[in-house]
Structure formats: C-alpha cells, structure tokens
Design a protein around this ligand. Structure first.
Ligand code: TYD
Length: 145
C-alpha cells in the first residue's frame, strides 16, 4: 500500500519550455516529462478570492500540479511534517505522491491549476477525514498480505 511516502518524496519537476516571439509552450508526455502514466487531466479555475481547495489525501493517486496561469500555495502534510510550496510558473510541476494530505490556498485571480492524474476518478481513493488519514499513515499493510 502507498502509505509510506513523505513530503520529501514530493518533488518539483522542471518542465520543458519552448519560447519564441509568438509565445511559450510546454509539452508533457506520459512517462517522460511526467513520471507516471496520465489517465486523467482536469483544471481548477474561477476560484473565488479567499477560497481553498484540497483538504484531502489519496490512497493510490499520483498527481502533477501546475500553475498554468497565476499562482497558489500547496501545503503538503505526511502526518509528521508539513511544507508549503508556492506554484507560480507554467513550466514547474509539483509531483504529489499517494498518501499526502494537501491544502491548496492563496489562489491568485484568474488562476488555472492544471492537474495531471495517474488514475481515473474514483471517490473511494479519497481520504477526506484527517483522523482517518493519520490512521492510514500508521497502518502496517505488510501484515495484511
Ligand atoms: P475534489 O477533488 O475534492 O476537489 P478539490 O481538491 O479541487 O477541492 O473534487 C471536488 C468534487 O468534484 C468532488 O465532489 C468530486 C468531483 N470530481 C469528479 O467528479 N471528478 C474528478 O475528476 C475530480 C477531480 C473531482
């Protein structure tokens, strides 16, 4: 089970940026720039000022978060430690591993938060209760196999 990842395993990934007089672009490919197979893409936008998102963890899902436009803060929490990362560049991705609680705050106006995900949507994969998340982190799954 994917409950052993820590915030140290959640790294920033520099994405390729092509720039010319007509503007910039960033290309993302399965297993190359993105370190997992992408099964789902979604994006957050029209976020009202002062609103926050996230407040959950996933049991198995890998995600790459990108500030495609604007900026926001992501606080990562593995049950022992927390760190906050500001995303504000369309060519930097934050790889959030399974079993990491995330709170997303301080959205700038006009923000677009692009999310690449390793699995299709599955409500069962969410841990939305913080106490349940802490139990998930402490459980020894090796004894159940
Ligand atoms: P959630 O992942 O909790 O949003 P956020 O992290 O942005 O606050 O999802 C919000 C709602 O949208 C929730 O009811 C589940 C639904 N949803 C889908 O139906 N499909 C999806 O791919 C996603 C990401 C969410």
């Amino acid at each position: 089970m994917n409950n052993q990842f820590t915030i140290m395993d959640c790294n920033l990934i520099q994405l390729p940026k092509t720039r010319n007089v007509a503007g910039s672009s960033t290309l993302l490919q399965n297993g190359i720039e993105v370190p997992f197979e992408i099964k789902r893409v979604y994006y957050l936008y029209d976020v009202p000022g002062g609103e926050s998102r996230g407040a959950h963890a996933h049991k198995n899902l890998h995600q790459l978060l990108i500030a495609a436009s604007g900026s926001f803060d992501v606080t990562l929490d593995d049950g022992q430690s927390k760190k906050t990362i500001t995303l504000s560049r369309p060519f930097i991705g934050l790889h959030i591993k399974p079993g990491i609680w995330r709170d997303i705050t301080n959205f700038s106006s006009g923000v677009i938060c692009l999310v690449l995900a390793s699995e299709l949507y599955n409500a069962e994969d969410y841990l939305r209760d913080y106490a349940e998340f802490l139990l998930f982190k402490k459980r020894d799954y090796s004894k159940n196999v």
